[in-house]
Design a protein around this ligand. Structure first.
Ligand code: PBE
Length: 266
C-alpha cells in the first residue's frame, strides 16, 4: 500500500486524545512542520484513542494515533513511532514532579516521599497493564507497592509516619499518570495520609498546584510536552525534579503499516 493511500483511507485524520494534552500541540506542530495541510488531529481521550487503535488493529486497518511510552498499548499491540526528523515532538522526555510552594513546611513527610519518588518505565507499565486487564486502579497500585517493597522503601526511607494529614494529588486521566499517581497515593496512605486523587485537564492540573489548591502532581512531561504549562505556572511551583526518565511522545502506527516517517504522509 502506498503511503499516499493512507490519507484517503483515514480521511486525513489522526486520532488524538484530550485537547489539552501537550501531545495534541505536538501533533499540530507536526502537521505544520511537515506541510500536511490536508490532515487534521481529532480530539478524543486516551480511552477512546486506545479503543480506536484496538478496533483498527483487530482488522489490520490503518490508523495513526498520538502515542507515547510508557503506555500499555506497546505491550498489547505491535506498534512503532513514526520517525520525526523535524523533532516536532522534541526528543526524549522525562516525567517530573511539582508540588505547591508551602508543602515542604506544611507536610514535610509527604514532601519527602514526593521528592524521593522515582521509578522506571517498566514499573509504570506493570501497573498500567494490570489496570488494563481489569484491576481497579487503586488495587493495581497497591499490588505493585506490595510487590516492590525494596524500591518503595527508598521513597519512604527516614520518613516518619503521620497521624491523619490530608494530601490532594492532581492528575490527568492518561493511563500513564493514572498508574503513577495511584502508586504515589498508595505510598502516602501507607505512611498515614488521607489521600485524594483529582482528575483534571492538563492546564487545570498545573493551575491547581500553582494556586496551592492541590498539593502536588507527578505528571509533568518535559522538556517539550508541557513546556508551555511550566512557562505559565512554573514560578508558582516547587519543582522536585525527574521521577521517570526516557519517556517519548509522537505519532504511533501499527507495525503492519507501510510507513516509517511522518514525512511519508506528505
Ligand atoms: N501524554 C501523556 C501527555 C503527557 C503524559 C503524552 C498524553 C500529554 O501529551 O500532555
Amino acid at each position: 500500500e502506498a503511503a499516499g493511500d493512507y490519507g484517503e483511507e483515514l480521511d486525513y485524520t489522526i486520532t488524538g486524545i484530550d485537547a489539552g494534552a501537550g501531545i495534541m500541540s505536538g501533533a499540530e506542530q507536526a502537521l505544520e512542520d511537515y506541510g500536511l495541510e490536508d490532515w487534521s488531529v481529532q480530539a478524543s481521550s486516551d480511552a477512546a484513542m486506545t479503543q480506536a487503535l484496538a478496533d483498527a488493529y483487530e482488522n489490520e486497518e490503518p490508523i495513526i494515533v498520538t502515542g507515547w511510552t510508557p503506555h500499555w498499548k506497546f505491550s498489547d499491540f505491535d506498534l512503532k513511532f513514526l520517525e520525526d526528523p523535524e523533532l516536532s515532538f522534541g526528543e526524549a522526555e522525562d516525567i517530573e514532579t511539582f508540588v505547591r510552594q508551602d508543602l515542604q513546611d506544611d507536610e514535610p513527610e509527604a514532601y519527602e516521599v514526593l521528592d524521593n519518588f522515582n521509578w522506571e518505565g517498566e514499573h509504570m507499565n506493570e501497573v498500567m497493564l494490570e489496570i488494563n486487564e481489569g484491576a481497579d486502579e487503586d488495587e493495581a497500585a497497591r499490588n505493585w507497592v506490595e510487590e516492590n517493597e525494596d524500591l518503595v522503601s527508598e521513597w519512604t526511607d527516614g520518613v516518619d509516619e503521620v497521624d491523619g494529614g490530608e494530601i490532594e494529588l492532581v492528575l490527568v486521566a492518561w493511563d500513564s499518570e493514572i498508574a503513577s499517581t495511584n502508586v504515589v497515593g498508595a505510598v502516602l496512605e501507607d505512611i498515614g495520609y488521607d489521600v485524594t486523587l483529582t482528575p483534571l485537564e492538563a492546564n487545570q492540573m498545573f493551575q491547581a498546584v500553582a494556586d496551592g489548591q492541590a498539593d502536588g502532581m507527578v505528571a509533568a512531561w518535559l522538556p517539550t510536552t508541557h513546556d508551555h504549562l511550566v512557562e505559565d505556572f512554573g514560578d508558582d511551583l516547587d519543582s522536585l525534579g525527574v521521577n521517570l526518565e526516557g519517556a517519548q511522545t509522537g505519532l504511533v502506527v501499527p507495525e503492519y503499516m507501510d510507513i516509517d516517517s511522518i514525512e511519508d504522509l506528505q
